[in-house]
Ligand binder design. Sequence first.
Ligand code: EZ4
Ligand code: CO
Length: 402
Amino acid sequence: MRIVDARVIVSCPGRNFVTLKLVTDEGVTGVGDATLNGRELAVASYLSEHVVPLLIGRDAARIEDTWQYLYKGAYWRRGPVTMSAIAAVDTALWDIKGKVAGLPVYQLLGGRSREGVTVYGHASADTVDSVLERVADFVRRGYKAVRVQSGIPGLSDVYGVHTGPGVYEPASAAVPAETVWSTERYLDHVPGVFARVRQEFGPHLKLLHDVHHRLTPIEAARLGRSLEPYALTWMEDPVPAELQEGFRLIRRHTTTPIAVGEVFNSVWDCQQLVSEQLVDYVRATVVHAGGITHLRRIFDLAALYHVRSGSHGATDLSPVCLAAALHLDISIPNFGLQEYMPHADVTDEVFPHTYRFEGGYLHPSEEPGLGVDIDEELAARYPYKPAALPVSRLEDGTLHSW
Ligand code: EZ4
Ligand code: CO
């Protein structure tokens, strides 16, 4: 079965998404997510200019060989743009293979290892009282795990804290918004937030917190230690992870588990973190880490070192990525948690899907393939709008990470 068409679809139903749709000579189609938040057009161009011409005429059954061809054949390996483009092709080929076999993709990956995919929701608000209300709302809806983020007194517009109405969306203006960050205020405030949450909800609710790469290793060590009484399931992205050995310092000082990896593109980004057991969860995703084929390779390495998965699942990862993630989540032995931020209604309309949420769990589609598609006519009604993630500066104006 040969690939005869490959369409790169850029649209903005609620936010920007890049989607690849492959079509075979037998009329079977497959979809893959290629969205890279704030850098969407770079991936779209990489696909249309450099990848699509190589796909036409290729055997759609050869998933692994196509992956190796796009990864090794380009000479220039890795990086978010390249790996998101490869991910889209890989995901679409798994979708096709499932449809050809008449099986949901998780069956091709070895079948179920669990009954449902445990997800965590985002409870965030300006004040601790409102944070508690949001957590209560997740508990009422059956969630077993909640990520807690709070406003910081003295700081406005803290990244990751959703204060307005509607679906949370951190990418805003074409030119990044700028906010002010204070590590001192943050480290002072956060333990008190978790003290209140634990007091109100007891010891069994899984609690998570995202640091968004804002600390140095010794600052992260202090935060982890100060959160130990509240038994977090994980502290996410405590420091930027380019320096993998930096995590040794955090590890030396705290038993708070560590999750990392939403910006990782390949197994080489976490090879040391995993093999030295410096983290507990790897949060790489289908779309940014080379698709189902490569992400499974990362999780297989992680399994050898008692490291579990915790895949990124924010709203800038399209329903195509979430559908694919659920097939992996349900099948791998070392699944941990799946992030889940429901998409805007208009996003769900453009990407019809059959995964479903029930009582704190997501369930992958039972349809052949991934069980998700893109309505191209509807997508065409929402043209791309430039939008970028914000940056933050310290109080003296020094550029900090967000
Ligand atoms: O900042 O998806 O854990 N989730 C997150 C997200 C990310 C965005 C970046 O595109 O940290 O909100
Ligand atoms: Co995060």
